[in-house]
Design a protein around this ligand. Structure first.
Ligand code: C2E
Ligand code: CA
Ligand code: CA
Length: 521
């Protein structure tokens, strides 16, 4: 019996004049029941269909919700990965290679510096992504961070077009915001890798776009397109990073310390700067300017710095035992070391372990260190002073610290940066700058040490201006402990009459002198 029959059955029941209690009447009754059951079933079916539709809609919304970022509404990383895989599959079927641009956008430092309410930040991010969408449409994806996005662009004819798009995106993001956010401005970094030139696989392309992004951040430039040279440098850096850690973890055998003398106004060696050297097993000598910043970024500088501190102090105490008891050693302290909570305890531990008085250790730090956490820096400086350690400002003149500020710090020595020394003989104004620095340093009763003196002319000028001590190739390059000891054994003194010699010879020969450092003690 189909539905029409049943509906007809309903009519039959209505037209009935059957005897109550007759067989016909009971049949009609059953039929009536079936008809009403059928009606309710139909109603249920309709309701279920409606509910199903509703659930399907909600399901769609939920899928949409989990696949899109709640703040920006952009498709999330998972969708980006899926799209990337699909694109790679399509591209593998193409006979003609086609450009595909993969970009990573990260908002710049000025964005992270904004201290706003969360709501305001959300609005700013939303506006920013809208601006990017104005340039590249829906090809924008949210990355795993709120301030980072991916772009994936197809049908790009050439590199010039890539640059044009990069320009438009970065300019768009950097455009000033309207009120009430017009006090805020930030830009972005965009790292770009292009298929197939910069990578033929998904991972290669993604990795290279990240390398380009890193380069943007390092150079603080809006966008960078990946190059093979960039990749080579990145791999080399990663290797250095890993090897540096290994070298520090496995007994420091690849490291050594060289010592460069400080010479006073009489030509006497009064102390030395300890300078770290690293001989890489395959790459050979790696300059400290290369590996120190890496060690600072990885945090390895703490353990490396501690090794330098201990070993240079140990070296000094050996020289003391040989009778050169007035010598001191000056050790470079990275800002990262200075941030260590137990720095002062560590320094004190090294000194007491070696039985060395604090005044024989000088710590060199740069002006930049004074910029951050001033209170903490000042407190630690006073604590170091309290254990007798002397303090020296390195590369003076390259940072921003004012002499007035220096006056309030327990500093002993100001090291005039090599760049001033380089120029001192070149013009009268340069000489006046050195003169001004020296007299100001003296006015606040500090010692003035000039670094990087390479010729006699510079040395004689520095001495004439009243500089207290000089360090530089003119006297000696940084040398191994055995060479340094032979300087001491040869009188521990440089003949300052050499300064009148205008030769460009970098290394002066230490002259034997009767009143050597050893003899003085
Ligand atoms: P710095 O502290 O400014 O050290 C002085 C640098 O100038 C040394 O380079 C030294 O060899 C060089 N120098 C000295 N006199 C002359 C000169 O007359 N002419 C020229 N051209 N150069 C001169 P080095 O040893 O290559 O060290 C470079 C930098 O690496 C140092 O600059 C310092 O910032 C860092 N560094 C070295 N050893 C350590 C260390 O143990 N710890 C930390 N934190 N940094 C270190
Ligand atoms: Ca130094
Ligand atoms: Ca220096």
């Amino acid at each position: 019996m189909d539905e029409t029959d049943l509906s007809r059955g309903a009519d039959i029941t209505e037209e009935s004049h059957a005897e109550p209690g007759s067989e016909e009447a009971s049949l009609r009754q059953r039929l009536q029941k079936i008809v009403s059951q059928n009606r309710s079933l139909r109603e249920t079916a309709l309701r279920l269909r409606q509910q199903n539709k509703y659930l399907e809609e909600r399901h769609g919304e939920l899928i949409d919700l989990v696949n899109h970022d709640p703040y920006t509404g952009l498709p999330i990383r998972r969708l980006f990965d899926r799209r990337l895989d699909e694109r790679f599959q399509e591209l593998s079927l193409q006979s003609e290679p086609r450009f595909m641009v993969l970009g990573v956008i990260r908002l710049d430092r000025n964005y992270s510096r904004i201290k706003n309410s969360r709501d305001r930040n959300k609005i700013l991010i939303f506006k920013t992504t809208s601006r990017i969408k104005d340039v590249i449409g829906e090809n924008l994806f949210q990355s795993d961070r709120l301030d980072e996005f991916h772009i994936l662009l197809d049908h790009i004819p050439n590199m010039a077009a890539v640059e044009l798009i990069a320009d438009k995106i970065t300019e768009g993001v950097a455009r000033p915001h309207e009120a009430p956010a017009d006090d805020i401005s930030f830009g972005c970094y965009l790292g770009i890798a292009v298929y197939p030139v910069h990578g033929k696989t998904r991972d290669e392309l993604l990795g290279n776009a990240d390398i380009a992004l890193n380069r943007c951040e390092t150079l603080d430039t809006p966008y960078v397109i990946y190059t093979d040279e960039m990749g080579r440098q990145h791999r080399e850096r990663e290797m250095i990073e890993a090897d540096l850690r290994l070298a520090a973890d496995t007994g420091f055998e690849q490291f050594s310390i060289v010592y460069q003398p400080f010479v006073d106004r009489e030509g006497r060696i009064i102390g030395s700067e300890a300078l770290l050297r690293w001989k890489h097993p395959t790459l050979g000598d790696i300059p400290p300017q290369v590996f120190i910043p890496i060690a600072e970024q990885t945090g390895d500088i703490r353990v490396i710095g501690q090794w330098v501190l201990y070993n240079s102090c140990r070296q000094l105490s050996q020289w003391h035992k040989k009778g050169y008891v007035d010598l001191y050693v000056s050790v470079n302290l990275s800002p990262y070391q200075f941030k260590q909570r137990d720095l002062v305890g560590r320094v004190a531990g090294v000194l007491s372990g070696l039985g060395l008085k604090g005044r024989y250790l000088k710590l060199e730090f740069t002006e930049s260190m004074l910029m951050e956490n001033r209170d903490e820096v000042v407190r630690k400086m006073f604590e170091l002073k309290a254990i007798g350690v002397r303090l020296s400002i390195d590369d003076f003149g390259t940072g921003y610290s004012s002499l007035n500020y220096l006056r309030k710090l327990p500093i002993d020595t100001v090291k005039i940066d090599k760049s001033f020394v380089d120029d001192v003989t070149k013009s009268e104004p340069n000489q006046q700058i050195i003169r001004a620095i020296i007299s100001l340093v003296h006015a606040i009763h500090l010692e003035c040490l000039a670094e990087g003196a390479e010729n006699g002319e510079q040395v004689s000028l520095l001495l004439a201006e009243g500089c207290d001590a000089i360090q530089g190739y003119y006297f000696s390059k940084p040398v191994e402990p055995s060479q340094f000891l032979s300087y001491l054994e040869n009188g521990g003194r440089f003949d300052l009459t050499l300064q009148s010699d205008d030769s460009d010879e970098l290394c002066a020969i230490p002259q034997l002198a009767s009143d050597s450092v050893a003899a003085d003690t």
